[in-house]
Design a protein around this ligand. Structure first.
Ligand code: ADP
Length: 310
């Protein structure tokens, strides 16, 4: 049966009954699903617009091109762009008894995103609170509703998607340190956290806080991905720093983090990735493609993984 679903609650509703029991059952399913995944990696950022989704899409495509089985979940529920960047937007989802089959994106990456559940591209996500009421902006309880519902939806995304066996599951986290904290509480096992940032001074405080949260949660590998470091001229290929040329290295040093890669700004990366064709798949020689492949190398080398599922 193939059809577009508006809400995962259609799947959950069949279970009926008590909400707490549903949440417990979902947690168990989440653990079972993740037992089929060799490495779970969160791609996070303190702020939006720093290239987190573009990095996730290109990293997923790089790993898939190398023959890995890759899943990518868009946890950025209010600004979902991962399905589009992986060329999977508009695909209908197939609902099975034991979960929803993810869409298939570029290089075979399995994708789940709020984008795939919304009826049209312009539809905003509207969080409903008790009684089905949409919280008016500024209402005291609006943030609490939204946090709770966002967490619940993300748990559903992870637990009720039929990921199958995966070598990598990449989670594109919503921006903000509070969201990183919630994600760390929700996902029972994270093998690595990538912190994506521009190398500007302003990002320093946000990076330090995120690192502390990830380390406190026991994440073994935390690495810094400095994006938009230099501008690559698409005509002549020369690169000039966009921010302080040494900013990324100093940011990494201050946070005692390994600098896993420095990706230059390349307008071709935005043009192809935003159109659903991850840049790395079509461009071999550009410095930005090299930097993204170097990131995949680091992840393959520096993260430990679960043994292959039985
Ligand atoms: P975020 O997920 O952090 O909000 P996005 O990944 O959506 O940010 O990136 C914002 C915009 O910047 C997108 O159009 C994306 O394609 C573009 N972008 C990201 N990184 C680069 C880069 N290194 N070079 C060129 N464009 C980039």
């Amino acid at each position: 049966m193939v059809r577009r679903i508006r809400s995962y609650h259609e799947v959950g509703a069949a279970a009926g009954g008590d909400v707490l029991e549903q949440v417990r059952a979902q947690r168990r399913r989440l653990e079972e699903r993740l037992a089929q995944v060799r490495r779970v990696v969160a791609v996070a950022s303190g702020k939006g617009g720093v290239g987190k989704s573009a990095v996730t899409a290109n990293l997923a495509a790089t790993l898939a091109e190398r023959g890995h089985r890759v899943g990518a979940v868009d946890a950025d529920l209010n600004g979902p762009s991962l399905a589009r960047m992986l060329g999977a937007a508009g695909q209908p989802l197939e609902v099975r008894e034991d979960g929803v089959l993810p869409a298939t994106g570029a290089a075979g990456v399995r994708v789940m995103s709020m984008d795939l559940l919304l009826a049209d591209d312009d539809a905003p996500v509207r969080w409903r609170g008790p009684g089905g009421r949409v919280a008016p902006p500024g209402a005291e309880d609006a943030f609490v509703w939204q946090s709770t519902l966002e967490t619940g939806t993300l748990r559903e995304f992870l637990a009720d998607t039929h990921w199958g066996e995966l070598d990598w599951l990449l989670i594109d986290a919503p921006p903000g340190t509070d969201r990183i904290e919630r994600l760390l509480g929700l996902v029972p096992r994270l093998d690595a956290v990538l912190l994506v940032t521009t190398p500007s001074e302003a990002a320093r405080f946000v990076v330090a806080k995120s690192v502390r949260l990830a380390r406190d949660a026991g994440v073994a590998a935390v690495g810094l991905v400095a994006n938009m470091c230099a501008y690559v001229c698409p005509t002549c290929g020369s690169a000039a720093p966009l921010f302080d040329a040494d900013g990324a290295r100093r940011l990494a040093e201050a946070a005692a983090l390994p600098l896993w890669t420095e990706i230059p700004f390349d307008p071709r990366l935005a043009a192809s990735t935003d159109a659903g064709a991850p840049f790395v798949l079509g461009t071999r020689d550009a410095p930005a493609a090299h930097a993204l492949r170097a990131l995949a190398d680091r992840l393959e080398r520096d993260t430990s993984h679960q043994e292959a599922p039985p």
